[in-house]
Write a protein that binds this ligand. Structure first.
Ligand SMILES: Cc1cc2nc3c(=O)[nH]c(=O)nc-3n(C[C@H](O)[C@H](O)[C@H](O)COP(=O)(O)OP(=O)(O)OC[C@H]3O[C@@H](n4cnc5c(N)ncnc54)[C@H](O)[C@@H]3O)c2cc1C
Length: 385
């Protein structure tokens, strides 16, 4: 059963109940799962069926296709709540929902109508494969090529860091369909990764979000039918970069959830731990760490809400999305650092949750565009204006 039993009202206020329900679910059921996945370096996708039952796989999918069609503001709050309990679950579902949006926007009929209802169901996890061993921030350096064959394309190349890349099925793959050096070199192809031409290997030994699947792929003739072209031939980088603009609001929200969990842990420990005959919360040095963290969290929330509200209003939000991601992710790292500091030696050991949160926070300044890339986006937009 979905968390929403009643007909869907699209206002943000109407989704407060949904945010509350997801908060309760996440805090009661996901923290233990997340801790176990971190310890064992195992995938949180073992609970994917449960995520589907909760409606979490169709957050941005139109209601007519079985989704919840949440506004971007509500969606951001939901990702924050998931990340509070499990940063790995948050990114798994964040990527899946972002790809759902891409398919809703760029897939052609009948693919769009056939696929969207499947995405809310088990066994249809999605992801996007843009990065490559030699193409990270510089997406235009991607070498994966799509060769034209009867009825479609065959993909050859290597993709790196594919989130959901082990059990996922549907992937947006950026591939060269034009001449090297041409303006419209790349296209975005929707690949069914359940085929022999896709060789997947799990990337082990990650510092954080160890419950999120990250894979390395070798594409050796994987077939994509003609009808699975997203947008038009040559649109690949535009689709990728525009979609990542929205994804950044999701990563900012993931960072915010981590930061809030760190703050709560910090405040709880400061009340309970005594030194020099009083709770450490009585010391001004500790109070300042808590105050600075709470202030940065409030600022990050405002930036996220502003970017998401602009997205909901159909306005351009690339700069605001980058600002939200830059600020929230850097703040999450500062706050995680303070959370360990407040815990003293206890925070350095992995049975203490802040030790994991400190590691989990680290990725948020890297993926979906590093902090340096966000600064480029922000300043480029300003200079253009
Ligand atoms: C756990 C994880 C999951 C991921 N999931 C996905 C996924 O699902 N799909 C996907 O396609 N990718 C994914 N990525 C890839 C991720 O988006 C890239 O790691 C990221 O974009 C940075 O690329 P890079 O690692 O190649 O670093 P590089 O681009 O090599 O950057 C190295 C350093 O140089 C800096 N730098 C680069 N260019 C500039 C510049 N012009 N100016 C200033 N500084 C610069 C960077 O900021 C960084 O500090 C994932 C990565 C990780 C680690």
């Amino acid at each position: 059963m979905s968390v929403l039993d009643s007909p869907i009202d699209h206002s943000v206020e109407a989704h407060d109940g949904l945010v509350q329900a997801v908060r309760e679910f996440a805090r009661s059921e996901l923290i233990d799962l997340d801790r176990r996945c971190d310890r064992e370096e195992s995938s949180c996708c073992v609970e994917f069926q449960r995520f589907c039952e909760m409606g979490l796989t169709g957050l941005r999918i139109p209601e007519s296709f079985g989704g919840l069609d949440c506004p971007a503001v509500t969606y951001a709050h939901l990702i924050r709540e998931l990340a509070y309990a499990s940063p790995s679950v948050a990114v798994t579902l964040g990527v899946h929902n972002m790809v759902g949006e891409i398919i809703a926007k760029y897939a052609h009929e009948p693919l769009r109508s056939e696929l969207l209802p499947k995405l809310v169901e088990p066994d249809n996890l999605t992801g996007f494969a843009i990065s490559e061993p030699d193409a990270g921030s510089d997406t235009a350096a991607a070498k994966t090529r799509a060769e034209k064959v009867a009825g479609g394309w065959k993909l050859f190349g290597n993709k790196m860091w594919v989130t959901n890349g082990m059990t996922g099925r549907w992937f947006c793959v950026l591939a060269r369909t034009g001449e090297v050096g041409g303006k419209d070199d790349f296209s975005m192809l929707l690949l069914d990764a359940r085929q022999a031409g896709v060789k997947r290997a799990m990337i082990k030994g990650k510092m954080g979000i160890r419950g999120s699947e990250t894979a390395e792929w070798a594409l050796d003739g994987a077939f994509v039918p003609e009808s699975n072209m997203l947008g038009k031939l040559g649109d690949g980088r535009r689709i990728g970069l525009t979609s990542l603009g929205g994804g950044r609001i999701g990563i900012a929200s993931q960072a915010l959830g981590i930061a809030q969990a760190c703050l709560d842990e910090m405040a709880r420990y400061a009340r309970q731990r005594e030194q020099f005959g009083r709770p450490i919360a009585d010391f001004q040095a500790i109070q300042w760490m808590i105050a600075d963290s709470a202030t940065e969290i409030a600022a990050a929330q405002q930036l996220i809400d502003r970017a998401a509200a602009m997205k909901d209003a159909g306005r351009k939000f690339a700069r605001e999305g980058s600002m939200a991601k830059l600020f929230a992710s850097e703040a999450a790292n500062r706050i995680a650092y303070r959370a360990v500091q407040v815990h003293g030696g206890s925070g350095f050991v992995n049975d203490c949750r802040v030790e994991q949160l400190y590691r989990d926070a680290r990725i948020t300044t890297i993926y979906e565009g590093t902090s340096e890339v966000q600064r480029i986006v922000i300043s480029r937009e300003l200079v253009r204006e």
